[in-house]
Ligand binder design. Structure first.
Ligand code: UDX
Ligand code: ADP
Length: 472
């Protein structure tokens, strides 16, 4: 039976991609019933929580959409099987972290959740259902999904086997501005070869996206485009971060260099902000996927080239930890260090691959006591991220509810996420409650360093020689 329009969508995975993406679909497609299904009961309960400030994901603009669409045409459930069997189109938005063991460990993506989803789809979906890869996946995953959808029916005694169309429709949303990106994307990419399935998916997007922004490619180009986009963005960050170290040595100012370089139209200003290193669930994972792919095809020089982007990123994090240690007289044992910002960037409560994790770890291993303030990251998340350090040493860290509480009696403040409230800290007051000499290390160029300096702080800002920070 051929379907002419999509009436019911299921999204497997209610995470940072699945949740906001389906919320925006629900907003612009009131006639489509959308069910987001996840095996994580706590997460689903949070999505269904009466109090919408308790949603599992913080994204500006998300709560408003949930208030309007939830239980109208947007549903969250743990009943994955039902959601699958009801749907005309199924999005796979499950986690695909880097493998930690086995072949490809540290580089390849762990596809066990994708595979499990494909098996569930093969078992419970109706025939002719369209399956859409949404999560970032290694190139040729669509083939794996197709294979599982087809072959896992072999033991099924039914004579008529189900058929499926698989499309790749990668997500380019950037956390912290996911709703904006989903509502007004630079492009929507649809990869596949089934004309009808592509048309049906295109029709959904046409509800709010102009046709010229919807581009179609083959499956592999679509998958590789996603990896390449992320690799290029990450490469720009590693490039500017490498220059930040040269600025600190030479007296050049990284922000002046960035502006001058970015004014070249061919380069542009975006993704040239030096910082403590990129975090987030995608950049490192996607580059490592690319590296793995290159190694598989014996393109070792290409693999090394992209590996360099990740190496510089790790180097940036460790050089910041080392530099804090050096400025604090080579010893942080028994000292209290305040960490401002634990999320991997502002406007999200996500901490995956956050540079704060590595930098806190380094300082904890040196014996420092860490006091963390982040407006959106909860204590249990920090606990989870830092628990691997506590296997090695006895750790002393705490999460505080304000900048003031976190800074009390500390020797140094390290700004690691560019939250807006850090732009206007009352440095005069903070100085009075800290131990002296009081230091502030700003890795995001976001504080008012003149005011901090005037208040009495020793100020270090990323990409600037120390003397640049103390002229005022
Ligand atoms: C990224 C891609 O932007 C998005 O298209 C893709 O779908 C998923 O991966 P995300 O990880 O949410 O999105 O955040 P992004 O804004 O790209 O930032 C990633 C990291 O780079 C953050 O840690 C951020 O602080 C850092 N960054 C970004 C910089 O250090 N400097 C910059 O100029 C930009
Ligand atoms: P992303 O950033 O890609 O959205 P997340 O980790 O935030 O990644 O979300 C992925 C979600 O997918 C998790 O909530 C996880 O519980 C869910 N998930 C993984 N495997 C399955 C599955 N087989 N069925 C349903 N949900 C799944």
């Amino acid at each position: 039976m051929e379907k002419n329009e999509i009436k019911k969508i299921c999204c497997i995975g209610a995470g940072y991609v699945g949740g906001p993406t389906m919320a925006v679909f629900a907003k612009y497609c009131p006639n489509i019933q959308i069910t987001v299904a996840d095996i994580n009961e706590l997460r689903i309960n949070a999505w269904n929580h009466k109090n919408t400030s308790k949603l599992p994901i913080f994204e500006p603009g998300l709560e408003e959409i949930i208030i309007r669409r939830r239980n109208k045409n947007l549903f969250f459930t743990c009943n994955v099987e039902n959601a699958i069997s009801d749907a005309d189109m199924i999005f796979i938005s499950v986690n695909t972290p880097t493998k930690t063991k086995g072949i490809g460990a540290g580089k390849a993506s762990d596809l066990k959740w994708v595979e499990a989803s494909a098996r569930q789809i093969a078992k419970y979906a109706k025939s002719n259902t369209i399956v859409v890869e949404k999560s970032t996946l290694p190139v040729r995953t669509a083939e794996t999904i197709k294979n599982i959808l087809l072959r896992s029916q072999e033991n099924d005694l039914k004579i008529e086997k189900k058929s499926f169309s698989v499309l790749s429709n990668p997500e380019f949303l950037s956390e912290g501005q996911a709703i904006k990106d989903l509502e007004n994307p630079d492009r929507v990419l649809i990869g596949g070869d089934d004309e009808k399935a592509i048309r049906l998916l295109t029709n959904i997007y046409l509800n709010w996206i102009p046709a010229h922004k919807i581009i179609k490619t083959n499956l592999w180009s679509s998958e590789l485009s996603k990896l390449t986009s992320n690799a290029f963005l990450a490469q720009r960050i590693s490039s500017i971060n490498s220059i930040s170290a040269i600025c600190e040595e030479t007296g050049a100012d990284i922000n002046q260099v960035k502006n001058a370089v970015g004014m070249d139209n061919r380069i542009g200003q975006q993704f040239l902000k030096a910082g403590p290193g990129f975090g987030g669930s995608c950049f490192q994972k996607d580059i490592l996927n690319l590296v793995y792919l290159c190694e598989y095809y014996k393109l070792d020089d290409v693999a090394n080239y992209w590996q360099g982007v990740v190496d510089i990123n790790n180097w940036q994090k460790s050089r910041i930890s080392k530099l804090i240690l050096d400025y604090l007289f080579g010893n942080v044992s028994g000292k209290k260090i305040t960490i401002l910002g634990f999320a991997f960037k502002a406007n999200t409560n996500d901490t995956r691959q956050s540079p704060s994790i590595q930098i806190c770890k380094d300082l904890l291993l040196e014996g420092a006591e860490i006091s963390i303030y982040d407006p959106k990251v909860e204590k249990d998340k920090i606990e989870d991220d830092l628990k691997f350090v506590s296997y090695q040493v006895e750790t002393k860290w705490s999460r505080k509810d304000s900048i003031e509480e976190a800074s009390k009696d500390s020797d140094a403040i390290v700004v690691l996420t560019e939250w807006e409230e850090f732009y206007n800290i009352n440095w005069d007051f903070i100085y009075t409650i800290m131990r002296k000499p009081a230091w502030v290390f700003d890795t995001r160029s976001c504080i008012n360093y003149q005011k901090a300096n005037k208040a009495g702080f020793n100020v270090w800002t990323l990409g600037n020689a120390m003397e640049n920070n103390s002229q005022f």
